[in-house]
Design a protein around this ligand. Structure first.
Ligand SMILES: C[S@@+](CC[C@H](N)C(=O)[O-])C[C@H]1O[C@@H](n2cnc3c(N)ncnc32)[C@H](O)[C@@H]1O
Length: 283
């Protein structure tokens, strides 16, 4: 169903898994359905590291937004493919360190929009819009983006754990670069995606996940590097997010559901597939 030009939660698919709901389950969330849980439980025997790498990505998000506000002085964010709200969402981390920070969340899943709007009902400097990140022009032209983001000032554009949802047919370099290439100097791009060091194993993962109905392309680290080769990586550069400025004292994520507990720690022995990314600065 569409109300006021925006889809509502009733238009979310219930017969195929969605990335937002399946990923949310791995973060300890409750807003998911049997189809999402069954999909993951069928995926994990072949790719047991997925629970760890989803959680490593979300922990990186906290450290990245903390860095951007506290050390880089960023006061505005566009979070592409923001996912379902959980603990320590981008605006909560950003506004903890920089109270005046402004955040636009973008996602194409109607459930994300419904939950996001409920969370943000009384936050004037943060909004969530329904948008497909493949159509960057429509996002840039959205009235809420124009109202909250000042493109004369540095901005952080986040594509966290979403680049694998862009296949090569989606022209991922164009998608990732549209905003940052026209943003003010001193802006930042944050990006991450699931990669495989062994292309054959990456191809098997792509076939499994996209075959289940979730748009997906596992890449190699070098393929992701090529999208951002002229931007300046923030130390320690792009890499396994588990190694990006680790902080044992950062707030913990919610515990996982009992069904997923057997997979915790699998990334320690399955090191060939991981979430790869980091932050880059536009000179
Ligand atoms: C794995 S979650 C990542 C959530 C969040 N960025 C994070 O790092 O915790 C991927 C999200 O991207 C969204 N997504 C996937 N393809 C999209 C597209 N073409 N446009 C907008 N959102 C998209 C999904 O709906 C989902 O919420």
């Amino acid at each position: 169903m569409v109300r006021d030009g925006q889809p509502d939660a009733t238009s979310a698919p219930f017969d195929v898994p969605t990335s937002a709901r399946a990923y949310g389950w791995m973060l300890g969330g409750k807003d998911n359905y049997e189809v999402d849980r069954n999909f993951l439980l069928a995926t994990l025997p072949s790719f047991p590291e997925c629970v760890d790498i989803a959680r490593q990505n979300r922990s990186f998000l906290y450290r990245a937004v903390r860095y951007l506000t506290r050390e880089a002085g960023i006061r505005q964010f566009i979070d592409m493919g923001c996912g379902l709200p959980t603990d320590d969402n981008v605006h909560q981390v950003a506004q903890r360190f920089t109270p005046e920070a402004r955040v636009v969340y973008v996602d194409f899943d109607p459930i994300v929009l419904a939950h996001g709007q409920a969370l943000l009902a009384d936050n004037a400097s943060t909004t969530v819009i329904s948008g497909d990140m493949r159509d960057q022009r429509a996002i840039l032209d959205h009235p809420d983006v124009r109202r909250l983001i000042d493109f004369e000032e540095p901005v952080a554009v986040l594509f966290l754990s979403v680049v694998h949802h862009l296949t090569d047919a989606d022209a991922p370099r164009r998608v990732l670069r549209t905003v940052i290439d026209q943003a003010a100097p001193g802006s930042y791009l944050g990006l991450s995606q699931v990669v495989a060091d062994d292309p054959a194993r990456g191809a098997a993962m792509t076939a499994h996940i996209s075959g289940g109905g979730v748009p997906w392309q596992t890449r190699t680290p070098a393929e992701l590097d090529a999208f951002v080769d002229d931007l300046a990586p923030v130390e320690p550069g792009l890499g396994n997010l588990a190694d990006w400025r680790p902080d044992p004292d950062q707030p913990p994520l919610a515990p996982v559901d009992q069904d997923l507990v057997p997979y915790l720690g699998a990334s320690k022995t399955n090191r060939g597939i991981y979430e790869y990314g980091g932050l880059l600065r536009k000179p």
